[in-house]
Design a protein around this ligand. Structure first.
Ligand code: ADP
Length: 162
């Protein structure tokens, strides 16, 4: 059984993330999307809210599970017997960071955890969670960036109308 984890902050999940999830779910028997509980960042959505958003958005994908983790990805992956991490690459600006992360995880895990990259679909290449939050904060339209129910939740956080 081929399992993979797609880890990230997903604050919030965008259509770019969802595109990676859908494509990766076709490549593996089981895909676990796992929200990183990073206490140092001050997120817009709690971990629980982010997990629920991803659950709702992926409810029609039977081999996708949603979970959360804190600490090192390699320890989480080992605890679930997962040996592949999926990450997305939008532009060359992602590359240096992602390369370093992937190499660190491979080294630190004694080669137990490898990373595969999916290049973004071009229509989502410009999307980032932080960009979406900034657009919403200033009252712009985030409907091309996230599923409709997520847009509503984001506007609620900023006390703005959808
Ligand atoms: P992190 O804080 O771990 O970078 P993110 O939630 O921002 O978490 O992103 C998780 C992963 O999804 C990263 O590999 C990132 O490059 C990728 N990603 C983010 N936005 C997109 C997008 N629009 N298209 C494809 N991949 C994306």
């Amino acid at each position: 059984m081929k399992k993979a984890v797609y880890p990230g902050s997903f604050d919030p999940m965008t259509l770019g993330h969802l595109d990676v999830i859908k494509r990766a779910s076709k490549m593996f028997d089981e895909l676990i999307v796992s929200v990183l509980n990073n206490k140092e960042k001050s997120p817009l959505f709690s971990v629980e809210e982010r997990v629920n958003i991803i659950k709702e958005a992926t409810k029609d994908l039977p081999n996708v599970q949603v979970d959360s983790f804190s600490g090192l990805l390699i320890n989480y992956a080992a605890s679930r017997d997962i040996h592949v991490a999926v990450r997305g690459l939008r532009a060359v600006t992602d590359f240096e960071y992602e390369l370093q992360l992937a190499q660190t995880n491979r080294q630190l895990s004694n080669e137990a955890l490898d990373t595969v990259f999916l290049t973004t679909s071009l229509e989502y290449a410009y999307l980032s969670s932080s960009g979406v939050k900034e657009i919403a904060y200033f009252g712009g339209d985030v409907s091309p960036c996230v599923p409709d129910f997520v847009a509503k939740l984001i506007y609620e956080k900023y006390h703005r109308k959808a």
